[in-house]
Design a protein around this ligand. Structure first.
Ligand code: DC
Length: 204
């Protein structure tokens, strides 16, 4: 039986951490769909045309060591505006969502476009300052010298682009459960997500 959990939200809201934890809790497979766009963005940074890059994407691209950099994030957000890039990545995501045994997908358009029929939809968000604070801490721990203000500005620029694009913009699905993690610890946020999913899973 398939069971799809769609988790959307802006950058650094905690989607990735929550998705991994709930996938482990329920024994579901997990796909971080942002990595697909980051891999296309990374190929673009290396000189490839984005649509051709999206069509040629292979599993090995997702292992590229630079995919977590701020440059790859901005490049991902830029290629994600191109409708042909999005459609080249669609079938893979839908097939993943419907695999047997359950799947968690996190991204920007999972509940609205990729899996409108998902059994559970969560929209994870947090204040701009809370999100920028987390991302800043992460970068500093990795040895980057970058100011909080720069991180905040980059994050807001990326969110604005993701929300304003014509195709599959970032927004909550009408039937998504909202989870604001601004004042929650990781454990509390995961606990709430597990509770929402658990209720639906017992009904399925
Ligand atoms: O989740 P992330 O920060 O790794 O995503 C990087 C960029 O990829 C994000 O700014 C927009 C794009 N993206 C998207 O358009 N649709 C998705 N489902 C996932 C990511």
């Amino acid at each position: 039986m398939s069971f799809t959990v769609a988790i959307d939200g802006p950058a650094a809201a905690g989607k990735g951490t929550i998705s991994k934890a709930v996938a482990a809790h329920f024994g579901f497979a997990h796909l971080d769909t942002g990595l697909l766009y980051r891999a296309v963005g990374q190929r673009m940074l290396m000189g490839e045309e984005p649509i051709a890059a999206a069509c040629a994407l292979v599993a090995g691209d997702l292992e590229h060591p630079d995919l977590r950099t701020a440059e790859a994030a901005q490049a991902a957000s830029k290629v994600a505006v191109i409708p042909e890039v999005r459609s080249a990545l669609l079938d893979f995501q839908r097939a993943f969502a419907r695999r047997l045994g359950g799947a968690v997908l996190d991204g920007r358009d999972i509940g609205t476009v990729i899996c409108p029929e998902a059994e559970v939809k969560l929209y994870v968000t947090a204040s701009d300052r809370a999100r920028a604070g987390r991302r800043h801490k992460e970068l500093v721990e990795r040895g980057r010298h970058i100011s909080f203000e720069t991180v905040l500005a980059e994050l807001q620029e990326r969110d604005a682009r993701d929300q304003a694009r014509a195709t599959a913009p970032l927004k909550p699905a009408d039937d998504a459960v909202l989870l604001d993690t601004s004042d929650l610890s990781i454990d509390q946020a995961v606990e709430r997500a597990v509770a929402v999913i658990g209720v639906r899973a017992t009904r399925a």
